[in-house]
Design a protein around this ligand. Structure first.
Ligand code: SRM
Ligand code: SF4
Length: 513
């Protein structure tokens, strides 16, 4: 499908192996891989192409794969959750599931010999992990309270599903979009608070009125990478909801056919926009669309501070509430998954939702059941009223499972927050994001306080450290935070955070602490 014109000899390693065999091709070989085992597999198939099916070889835990799902708009059913629980349970201590910063789930401990059976089970309940890694479109995010938010502008659920179905051929895999120059992120905001971090996506939609009609302003080119981070810029385009899928398709076709492929560090959409200029990019999009592209509406409707959805909220449906549960650093175990499926069925409609803050929402709880739901033992673990620092803590995977990581993140983040909470009264929630390396999966640039893993030196020794980011703003007037201090050894971090919380966020020491 791609029109890459470079000679094979000048292609980088990734373009070369993609040209030799499309990533999706391994779909038909999965039974064979399962029979031969991970050690006997061709290394490129195992380490790279399997990611087209969402199956990630983990050099940190060889033989125990990670399975990255697609959960469009972060919504799944209790039936689907139970299937995921059974899969993870099978792997005992190795099995768990993380909620990701893209409103998604990643399962761990997975053995290659089980993949054919796992995929069959996915098929039976309408789940898929296809095209969730490498040079594909990642999980598409949408408003986590779509369809239940009292102040909703646009319900994003069907739109997100339709975009996913187009890109993945309804979960079967779609070779039209399996050879992009690099990963690609899409987000559709439907509320007033930009719950999806639209500005850090390659392509995103923000609710906006034009001449009385509600549609979306379009922004493009947002991304984070080790080399460069940029917020998305306006495309100067406004589309109606029914035009969203086609716009996604056209932007992806242009990116696929014209995106830069020589250097993987300079291959995200923004690099093409830089080369062409936004006017030429817009004009190419306009020419390929079946409808004339309208100019942007004068303003978008993002005029609220960002909500975290933790706690109890009345829905737009009279007599119903949604309840947001705090999941510490997004980590879930098999028993948690079973429990979540159960409570969603017993108290709600069976639906479970995920947020980009790595938390859970249980919607559709009738007034009459709310009190009993709030007394569920599960809510001791996943609180509706977490402490202000825990509440807004986000962390990427880190060195426990990720071989890019320069530091351990999730466990360290939790331990440090608990120590700080023991010492300080914090009057407001402070968004602290940890990320294990400059790839920025934990989005430190959107946080009040961002911590990016690095290696640092102290007294002649190399230690785990962090670069400190400050000033990320989300919701209304979103903008990225900047690095303010480099190379802080993790062992020296706590007093620095303590002072920052006192000086900038109104924290006060607890008596006796
Ligand atoms: Fe990420 C690569 C985990 C969200 C930027 N990311 C990786 C890999 C696959 C690296 C690897 O093979 O080990 C990590 C898997 C580790 C593991 O075992 O879990 C990984 N990224 C994650 C997750 C799980 C972090 C989390 O704990 O939530 C998130 C999964 C999202 C999903 O469901 O698909 C995740 N990654 C992000 C985000 C945040 C976002 O999308 O809002 C970013 C920054 C935004 C962006 O991409 O523009 C992000 N991940 C990267 C990059 C840098 C991309 C680049 O253009 O250079 C890499 C490295 C790469 O692609 O080469 C990367
Ligand atoms: Fe791994 Fe780095 Fe992404 Fe964290 S930020 S998950 S350490 S690639």
């Amino acid at each position: 499908m791609t029109t890459t014109t470079a000679k094979p000899s000048t292609l980088n390693k990734f373009e070369k192996f993609k040209a030799e065999k499309d990533g999706l091709a391994v779909k038909s070989e999965i039974e064979q891989f399962a029979r031969m085992g991970w050690e006997a597999m061709d290394e490129t198939d195992r380490d790279h192409r399997l990611k087209w099916l969402g199956v990630f070889f983990r050099p940190v835990t060889p033989g125990k794969f990670m399975l990255r799902m697609r959960i469009p708009n972060g919504i799944l059913t209790s039936q689907q959750m139970r299937v995921l629980a059974e899969i993870v349970q099978r792997y005992g201590e190795d099995g768990n599931a993380d909620i990701t910063t893209r409103q998604n789930l990643q399962l761990r401990g997975i053995r290659i010999e089980d993949i054919p059976d796992i995929f069959n089970r996915f098929e039976q309940v309408g789940l898929t992990s296809v095209q969730s890694g490498m040079d594909n479109v990642r999980n598409i995010t949408g408003s986590p309270v779509a369809g239940i938010d009292r102040d909703e502008l646009i319900d994003t659920r069907e739109l997100v599903q339709a975009v996913q179905d187009t890109i993945t051929n309804s979960g079967q895999g779609n070779p039209e979009f399996t050879n992009l120059p690099r990963k690609f992120n899409i987000a559709i905001a439907g509320g007033r608070d930009n719950s999806v971090h639209a500005e850090i996506n390659d392509l995103a939609f923000l609710p906006a009125y034009k001449e009385g009609t509600l549609g979306f302003n379009v922004i493009v080119g947002g991304f984070f990478s080790g080399k460069r981070c940029e917020a998305a810029i306006p495309l100067n385009a406004w589309v109606e909801a029914h035009q969203v899928v086609e716009l996604c398709r056209v932007v992806l076709e242009i990116y696929r056919d014209c995106g830069l492929r020589a250097n993987r560090q300079k291959a995200r959409l923004m690099w093409l926009i830089d080369e062409w200029g936004i006017e030429k990019f817009r004009s190419e999009v306009d020419q390929k669309l079946s409808y004339p592209l309208q100019t942007a509406a004068p303003k978008d409707e993002i005029d609220w501070e960002k909500r975290d959805h933790i706690g109890v909220y009345p829905q737009k449906q009279e007599g119903y509430h949604y309840v947001g549960l705090h999941v510490p650093v997004g980590r879930l175990f098999a028993t948690d998954l079973f429990d979540l499926a159960r409570v969603a069925e017993v108290y709600g409609s069976g639906e479970i939702r995920l947020t980009v803050e790595q938390n859970i929402i249980i919607p559709q709880i009738p007034d009459s059941r709310l009190e009993t739901f709030l007394a569920e033992p599960l809510l001791q673990k996943f609180s509706t009223q977490p402490e202000p620092l825990s509440r807004a803590l986000v962390s990427c995977t880190g060195s426990q499972f990720c071989n890019f990581a320069l530091i351990e993140t999730k466990n360290r983040a939790l331990a440090m927050i608990r120590e700080l909470e023991a010492e300080l009264c914090v009057p407001q929630s402070v968004r602290i994001h940890w990320t294990g390396c400059p790839n920025s999966c934990g989005q430190p640039q959107v946080a009040d306080i961002g911590l990016m893993g690095t290696k640092t030196r102290k007294e002649g020794k190399t230690l785990e450290g962090v670069d400190l980011y400050m000033g990320g703003k989300v919701g209304k007037d979103a903008h990225l935070g900047q690095c303010v201090q480099k190379g802080i050894p993790c062992e020296d971090l706590k007093p620095i955070l303590r002072n920052l919380l006192i000086e900038r966020f109104g924290a006060t020491p607890k008596v006796g602490a």
